[in-house]
Write a protein that binds this ligand. Structure first.
Ligand SMILES: Cc1cc2nc3c(=O)[nH]c(=O)nc-3n(C[C@H](O)[C@H](O)[C@H](O)COP(=O)(O)OP(=O)(O)OC[C@H]3O[C@@H](n4cnc5c(N)ncnc54)[C@H](O)[C@@H]3O)c2cc1C
Ligand code: SF4
Length: 327
């Protein structure tokens, strides 16, 4: 599948990138590692006139400890750098663990954390060639007006299928977004809309620049578990992140987030209240697993049945809670 011709823009600074966004946003896509964007462009899911290659903006790369106030990660930092960061493995281990499960080593060398957060939602009826999609009459997310997954409805349910956002939600991460109107910071939990074909709170002329991990989320024990078909290289079909702090045998604070089973990655409501202040028991882990399964609304957007994926959210959550307590 060939690429439709486009004009490549290569800013060296954030200011230059924002200037390009101001001028061409209406017909432009941002390119970071390109591991998701390029295959999608080959499938004609995007045919932008301009591609803004932000890889050469040095100020958006790297992991920096901010004395007493957590860690700042540039959006262009590779997933491999996150996976192998001594600082993140020691203080925010759930993020390093989630990054290490993305795709394969080669893709983690190219793929960035910003691209993982901004990753397009996925669906078996959408991530296909133009010929394939045309044969099915297209769908709401691209070129059509019906949904094959929930016929009769007007909403797109394509699943958000990135791994690291579940970990980042557990860490109460915030993101900086820059555009012609300036820069703004938003909690990651407010970044996703829950709508498959308009899944992120990002204007066409905006760029995600940095991720912030607060000091208050450091030093939790963390676990990430994911369901995928090919263990060596695959998107999650269900993913669970858990962070936990314990003292004197009791849980002081814990959070659980899920991914790949809804149009947005989500914190599991009620999980923290169910765990905080309690000793960890198998029964409690089971209860949290049930809460996570209730939050999961998998549909036939992805391989494996929705029932199985929801059940695996329950099973993985229980296992991840028990594993986090034993670290
Ligand atoms: C075979 C295969 C397996 C994969 N498996 C997984 C997996 O297991 N888990 C997983 O999470 N992902 C997986 N991916 C998807 C992808 O590799 C990763 O999500 C990666 O982190 C994407 O980052 P990138 O820098 O390559 O993004 P790109 O492809 O460059 O961009 C992805 C999207 O985000 C936008 N974007 C990128 N950076 C920014 C920014 N700074 N600001 C605004 N918008 C931006 C782009 O415009 C595009 O829409 C897989 C991909 C392939 C090809
Ligand atoms: S959920 Fe429906 S509208 Fe969305 S991509 Fe899939 S088939 Fe298309």
């Amino acid at each position: 599948m060939s690429l439709t011709p486009f004009k490549l823009l290569r800013p060296q600074t954030l200011d230059d990138a924002v200037a390009y966004l101001a001028k061409h946003a209406a017909n432009l896509r941002v390119l970071a590692g390109g591991t998701d964007l390029i295959p999608s462009m080959r499938q004609k899911l995007f045919e932008p006139e301009y591609v803004l290659d932000v890889r050469h903006i040095a100020e958006l790369n790297g992991i920096r400890e901010r004395q007493g106030s957590g860690v700042e990660i540039g959006a262009l930092t590779s997933l491999a750098a996150i996976e192998h960061s001594e600082l993140l493995c020691r203080r925010y281990s759930v993020l390093a663990e989630a990054a290490a499960t993305v795709a394969s080593p080669v893709i983690r060398n190219m793929g960035t954390i910003g691209g993982n957060i901004c990753l397009d939602t996925r669906c078996l009826w959408y991530n296909q060639s133009l010929t394939w999609r045309k044969g099915c009459g297209f769908c709401i997310k691209k070129d059509g007006d019906l949904c094959h997954v929930a016929p009769g409805g007007s909403k797109c349910w394509a699943a958000f299928s990135g791994d690291t956002p579940a970990a980042l939600l557990c860490l109460n991460a915030e993101v900086d977004v820059a555009g012609p109107k300036g820069s703004r910071r938003i909690p990651l939990r407010e970044f996703y809309t829950g709508i498959g074909d308009n899944y992120r709170m990002l204007q066409p002329d905006e760029l995600l620049t940095r991720i912030f991990l607060p000091e208050s989320s450091a030093d939790y024990s963390g676990v990430y578990r994911k369901l995928r078909i090919r263990g060596s290289i695959d998107y999650p079909l269900a993913g669970v992140a858990v962070v936990m702090k314990r003292s004197n045998g009791h849980i002081v604070d814990a959070r659980v987030a899920i991914t790949a089973v809804n149009p947005a990655p989500l914190l599991v409501k009620g999980a923290s209240d169910a765990m905080n202040g309690k000793p960890l028991t198998e029964e409690l882990a089971e209860t949290v697993g049930t809460l996570a399964a209730k939050t999961a609304k998998p549909l036939t957007t992805s391989a494996l049945t929705p029932e199985y994926r929801r059940e695996m959210i329950r099973v993985f959550t229980k296992r991840a809670v028990l594993a986090a307590a034993s670290r």
